[in-house]
Write a protein that binds this ligand. Structure first.
Ligand code: 8DG
Length: 145
């Protein structure tokens, strides 16, 4: 199979030739219209910055499967309802990421930070800081929704 027919093409490289890290991100929406933000744990790039929960896709994983796994690992919840929303790319010093944002409206279980991270349900405009650079355009999209 050629690279193109297997789906591997120029989209797997950034415009400057960096490999693309695919990331599944959940925008959890509470019944009263707040959004869940989590603080990045110690030891990760941008430690202490606020972001939407999620993480990198593993080999062969879909966005939805990766998101379900990450939400369970990070927050102890089981994803029951989500849909893809926006995809954004960001060129960080540590990686070029493609962020697949999904709106999450259904889950079961009690939320708790299983990696010791803080989290907060926020109305717009959010009060937590600092935010990951790539979270800022997402908050603008949410405000415009
Ligand atoms: N989860 C999440 N990641 C984001 C957001 N915005 C943003 O630029 N990112 C970037 C930061 C990281 O480079 C990448 C996510 O990778 P990560 O290190 O958190 O993923 P992971 O949990 O799989 O990490 P790992 O410890 O397994 O390496 O996406 C966001 O809102 N949420």
């Amino acid at each position: 199979m050629t690279a193109k027919s297997s789906g591997l093409d120029a989209a797997d490289r950034s415009p400057t030739g960096r490999p693309v890290t695919e990331v599944a991100v959940g925008v959890l929406v509470s019944p009263d219209g707040r959004y869940l933000l989590a603080q990045r744990p110690a030891g990760k790039p941008y430690e202490g910055y606020w972001e939407f929960p999620g993480g990198k896709l593993e080999a062969g994983e879909t966005v939805e499967a990766a998101l379900a796994r990450e939400l369970h690992e990070e927050l102890g919840i089981v994803l029951t309802d989500c849909h893809r929303w926006h995809t954004l790319e960001h060129d960080y010093p540590h990686a070029y990421v493609r962020l697949h944002f999904c709106k999450v409206t259904g889950w079961t279980g009690e939320l708790h930070g299983r990696e010791g991270q803080a989290f907060s349900w926020e109305h717009l405009p959010v009060q937590v800081a600092p935010l990951l650079p790539a979270a800022i355009p997402v908050l603008e999209l949410l405000a415009a929704d």
